[in-house]
Design a protein around this ligand. Structure first.
Ligand code: DP6
Length: 453
């Protein structure tokens, strides 16, 4: 079958991680290009626990660009989605006119169908837009054969998304230029740099945040003089200190800067007029608990940080995880009828000394925390599969079902290829045979789906 028959389908699936900032981004100097008023630094979390998986299919049969998020079709005309699509297509055209051989010209002229799912509840208030836009931009870039610095593109989807393009410890350099070309993410250290560093996400509330970060930071820029002071006089020095602490694996310095920066970010929220409250009673109890725990040991063993919501993210070292999780369980007894309280990396139960319980001296609060996600630092956005298919009978409505089933059955049953894009080209396809579930899908859902490039 010739490619000119118009039935060719190119499909790429990638996944991207969530990142949690230890020096916070809050405030833009350019709303459209998403240029920040200060630099920021984050830790990329492991994709086994928190990730977005996106499939982009591209075919001449598609009439228009469309997107489904967690199974629901969303409005593709949203300006931020349009910015990402436009930028990737522009870069692809540029590569083509520069004579780059790899550019998929079909991908350039055809429409795309995008399907994106998270492996964690979006409503849990975790940083889903960062992983989401990082994944979208990365997958589109693979479909269209775009290479190079992509964090400047994902930044235009959501500011924090630019940091999810890299693994390990990542800074977003605010840049100076008006066109935003120098406002990009850069890896400070890879994920292998500090293997003892562990992360516990304490999911405090499953409610959606009252004020989104986009509008929240806009009001802060307009009204908070503390935010201006923070951006001009606090963050530049703090970035240097934080990078130094990461380089040296100095947990005390890392932890103290993390807590102070989270506190200052929430102070700027309170300084915003009208004020924004992201922390709730449970968040404040976690803050107290961490300080009492550290004071008991006369050592900074644990740090907290909070984004635009009440969930606490705890950074600590491997040797403290078991005891600290036990402390959390003791102070926030899990609901007996609920699901698993501890998700992610296993943590063995331990016994707390009476001395420690007394030093913390807080009354248990039932149902304060819904669950804990135990995780660690991980690497960047990566490609799972790259497929070319020739579809004899393309039935439009099937594609949605197909992509969904593809993600759920193929990605989850196929032993993750975890292919690094840095070592493989975009035409690489996964090694080994297709799993049974996908093989049956090939016949069952999209008739004629067959050839893999
Ligand atoms: C508190 O990246 O979600 O999590 O750029 O408007 O999409 P937009 O905002 P977003 O803001 C994240 C704010 C934060 C701090 C951080 O991640 O640095």
């Amino acid at each position: 079958m010739s490619e000119d028959s118009g039935k060719k389908l190119t499909m790429v699936t990638c996944s991207a991680p969530v990142n949690i900032a230890v020096i916070k981004y809050w405030g833009k100097r350019d709303e459209e290009l998403i240029l920040p008023i200060n630099s920021s630094l984050s830790v990329t979390l492991h994709q086994d626990q928190l990730k977005t998986t996106t499939t982009v299919a591209c075919s001449r049969s598609f009439q228009e660009d469309r997107i489904w998020l967690n199974g629901k079709e969303e409005d593709i005309t949203q300006p931020r989605l349009q910015s990402c699509l436009r930028e990737i297509r522009r870069l692809a055209r540029k590569r083509r006119s520069d004579g780059e051989a790899d550019v998929d010209t079909a991908g350039l002229s055809h429409k795309v169908h995008i399907c994106s799912v998270n492996n964690f509840p979006t409503a849990a208030g975790l940083a889903s837009s960062a992983a989401g836009y990082a994944c979208l931009v990365y997958t589109l870039s693979r479909v269209m054969g775009v290479e190079g610095e992509l964090s400047v593109v994902s930044r235009q989807g959501s500011g924090s998304a630019c940091r999810s393009m890299y693994g390990g410890f990542v800074q977003w350099i605010m840049g100076q230029q008006g066109d935003g070309k120098d406002s990009l993410a850069q890896q400070v250290e890879p994920e292998t740099h500090w293997p003892e560093l562990r992360v516990l996400v304490l999911v405090v509330s499953a409610e959606r945040k009252p004020v989104g970060s986009t509008s929240g930071m806009q009001t802060s820029v307009e009204t908070s003089s503390l935010l201006k002071h923070r951006a001009d006089s606090v963050v530049p020095a703090r970035m240097k200190e934080m990078i130094e602490a990461v380089h040296k694996r100095d947990f005390t310095a890392f932890a103290e800067l993390t807590m102070k920066d989270s506190n200052q970010f929430h102070a700027t929220c309170l300084d915003t007029y009208p004020p924004i409250f992201y922390l709730n009673d449970v968040s404040r109890r976690v803050i107290n608990l961490v300080h009492r725990y550290n004071r008991h040991y006369r050592e900074t063993k644990v740090a907290y940080t909070f984004d635009a919501g009440p969930n606490a993210v705890i950074y600590t070292l491997q040797q403290n995880v078991e005891e600290f999780v036990q402390v959390v369980k003791h102070l926030f007894p899990p609901e007996t009828n609920g699901g698993q309280f501890l998700k992610g990396l296993p943590v063995a139960p331990t016994t707390l000394s009476e001395e420690l319980k007394q030093a913390i001296g807080m009354e248990p609060m039932v149902k304060g925390i819904s669950y804990i996600i135990s995780t660690k630092v991980h690497r960047h956005t990566h490609i799972h599969t790259y497929t070319h298919a020739y579809i004899h009978t393309y039935i439009h409505t099937y594609i949605h079902t197909y992509i969904h089933t593809y993600i759920h059955t193929y990605i989850h049953t196929y032993t993750h290829t975890h292919t690094h894009t840095h070592t493989h080209t975009h035409r690489q396809h996964p090694p080994g045979p297709l799993p049974v579930s996908c093989a049956s899908l090939r016949v069952g859902v999209v008739e004629g789906f067959g050839e893999r490039a």
